[in-house]
Design a protein around this ligand. Sequence first.
Ligand code: HEM
Length: 488
Amino acid sequence: MLISIFILSVIIIITSVLWKQRWLLYHAWKIPGPVSVPLVGSAFLLSATKDNFFDLLCGKLDSWRPVTKFWVGPQLYIATARPTDVEKILTNCLNKSPFYENFNDIVKDTLLTSKVSIWKEHRKMINPSFNSKILNSYHDVLVNYSREMVKYLGDTEGVEQTDFLRAIWERTLDVALATLTNVKPHVLKERQRMITVTVKFEEILIQRFHTFSFLIDFFWKLSDLHKEHEVNCQTAHDIGENIIAEEYKSYESEDRNDDASESNRFLPNLTKLNRTKQITREEIMDETCLMLMAASETAAITINTVLTILGIYPDIQERVYQELVSVLPNMENSPTQKEINRLNYLERVVKETLRLVPTIPYILRYAEEDIKCDPYLFPAGSNLLVPLVLLHRDPDVWPEPEKFDPDRFLPDEVAKRHRCSYIPFSFGARNCIGLRFGMTVVKVMVATILRDFKVQTVGMKSWKDIQWDYIVMLKAKNSRLRFEKRKF
Ligand code: HEM
């Protein structure tokens, strides 16, 4: 009797879940994809160690291109690498996938993670801080920190740089603090701690993903790793508190600069808006932590990847150097913003690097409504995955996709392609707010370094020899760089 009741209850539960999911199941059924088993879905196909996770994900998705579906438990994921689908998704689906809830413990309700209603309000408040006039005013700060990096490389000349990423990240964080806030980097003792906390957060996240039981909240919250995670997030909040306290002090000080391009910078502007109750102090703290992390880490990773690739291809590096010599003839002077804008070949090198190795390799959105992408319908309730790596290496769009060729970004070549065939900064209203800022930081830092140094990548013949650490971003994990001072 008891057994019959148990079996009946299980049947009722399964039937009601299937009934609720009928719309998803019906449309998912028409989309090709790997085998799926009840409860687990296709997740087992993606199980891997953290060392080969990225290769495995790329390989699997590649073999299922251009459109595929897979289930992770009850969650439906649809991945598409067709530029026309990508345009529809990024234009119509502004909500992020529940995956982004993983960031809530460290930064809640921020531009990157929040629901559309909050995101719209915050983006409206923050957008003006990224206009051209304000960005141009950062040029000198940027050049100063690039020179500091050059000094550091001079002091460590001949030493193999096994953690160049960390060294450059410290400078990009300095740039972010000095431009987006009024907090002086040398006043803020937490600068080092902030990087450590970010790295730890990402390591814990990846460990969680690779431990099956931790995907179930109950087991995750009982674990020692969760305790470590809580301590780490508390440290991040303490750092955020210190930054905000510093900024408020500066806002109240007598020598505050009310000049528009000063007071409209990111944190001074939010501090001002807090006085008129348009944003809370807590929201400012989260947006600030996100912005500093997003600005500094993405730029540092991109610079590291560009230099690693240029160290592998000396001919391309020489062409970058010749352009620097012709555009910046007086090597003693710092480059002006106008000169940086004329470094077209360097810009193509950065773009080609971000094509082959997009620093953020995947974008995930959530479909609130059905999206028609012929011959399929991506049903409301599904998670939509845009794999930039596959989009950027599609052989129908990019001949010899695995060849590193910056001239793919000559204007005539760009004009032949769909506008969503290349989107390292995403696309549409919810694209990267730091697109121009990020590109400028990368160009100025790389130009300043390469004007004084030749870079060599130890032990690699092709960019394909680079191994990648992946959680939210793609980091070159085996890159060893050697810098040799140029003789003028
Ligand atoms: C230099 C390399 C950079 C790359 C490749 C990059 C790429 C991206 C991408 C692909 C997204 C969309 C993420 C998603 O939807 O999951 C994004 C969003 C974002 N990025 Fe960047 N980014 C870079 C630099 C920056 C910088 C310098 C800043 C800040 C100054 C920044 C701030 C942000 C923010 C706040 C978002 C969320 C935007 C929103 O949802 O409204 N990024 N970035």
